[in-house]
Design a protein around this ligand. Structure first.
Ligand code: HEM
Length: 204
């Protein structure tokens, strides 16, 4: 007898997140220069500087927020320290890193739902990283050891860590309003990030 295909349960909040951010994802993906001929190592470094200018203050805001759910362990999911190490490997000094422009228009983190919406975007971005990692290794010869660890931040654990996050998200009891707040925060995260990257002139 043929085995029945395993049915994957998609929690309602994830359905809402996907429906609410798919277009924003496509729009941003199209403008990111990872696959353009103009992307040389200097342009990649400027792009990663811009990523750092967004991730660092946003992760700091999450860490300092009293709203982050008490049972969520953010520390092992922080990516700004990895970006910082990459930039050093690409030739930046600690002093120049400290002087890099930092995004001032971040998503508002005023509830646990908002934290989760922001985290959905930051965690989901690790999935696309797997494609980008290969591209940047082929194109620029950069990898986890010499300046592109951010694109492979969870390495072989990428899939498992995403599933863990989704399981955590799906297990949280949420009413309709909270689900809407999660989606709104995810949407704002995408749009703030795109606007920031645009202002840093790193988008195609
Ligand atoms: C050129 C750049 C990018 C590419 C090629 C890309 C590609 C992808 C791909 C292929 C997936 C699905 C992976 C899977 O289902 O296993 C994905 C998921 C996702 N990406 Fe991207 N991505 C890019 C940039 C970004 C950025 C910059 C962000 C946010 C800052 C982002 C956020 C997400 C999110 C939240 C998901 C999860 C969607 C879900 O399954 O619910 N991506 N991306």
């Amino acid at each position: 007898m043929q085995a029945k295909a395993r049915e994957v349960y998609v929690p309602p909040v994830l359905q809402d997140l996907r429906a609410g951010t798919a277009e924003l994802h496509i729009a941003l993906e199209k403008r990111l220069p990872f696959f353009t001929d103009q992307l040389d190592t200097d342009a990649f470094q400027r792009l990663m500087q811009a990523y750092y200018g967004f991730y660092r203050p946003l992760e700091t805001a999450l860490l300092e927020s009293a709203r982050i759910p008490a049972d969520f362990d953010l520390t092992p999911r922080l990516k700004a320290p990895i970006l910082q190490r990459d930039l050093c490997k690409l030739g930046e000094s600690v002093r120049t890193l400290e002087q890099l422009p930092i995004c001032q228009h971040l998503p508002v983190i005023d509830s646990s739902a908002a934290c989760l919406g922001v985290l959905y975007v930051l965690e989901g971005a690790t999935l696309g990283g797997q494609i980008l990692r290969r591209e940047i290794a082929t194109r620029l010869g950069l990898n986890a050891g010499n300046g592109a660890a951010f694109l492979d931040v969870y390495g072989a654990a990428t899939g498992r860590r995403w599933r863990d996050f989704i399981e955590y998200l799906g297990a949280r009891p949420m009413d309709v309003d909270e689900r809407a707040a999660v989606v709104a925060a995810a949407q704002t995260t995408f749009s703030c990030f795109e606007r920031w990257l645009e202002s840093r002139e790193v988008l195609a």
